[in-house]
Design a binder for this molecule. Sequence first.
Ligand SMILES: [Zn+2]
Length: 90
Amino acid sequence: MSYPDETSADELQAIREQRLDVDLEMAAMTAVGDRIAELRRAGICTHGSTQGHRADPDLRPGQLRCTDTCKRVFASDEEWHAAMDAALDM
Ligand SMILES: [Zn+2]
């Protein structure tokens, strides 16, 4: 998108900055994927998926069980998210 007071150089600059943003975002996502794969190879669960009490009668409402590899029970979404962050060390 351009405005009457912009030059084509401004537009090119904006396009380059958008491409750089996308490149940085892709690099960050690739780094997370690589880290998950590395931890998985080392036998460390990153708690990538869980299920709640409706799918698991042993859980109370609000609790979640890791369905990735460790089967750990989390008391809340917050506890699960913190465990994922801790596993990824990010
Ligand atoms: Zn887990």
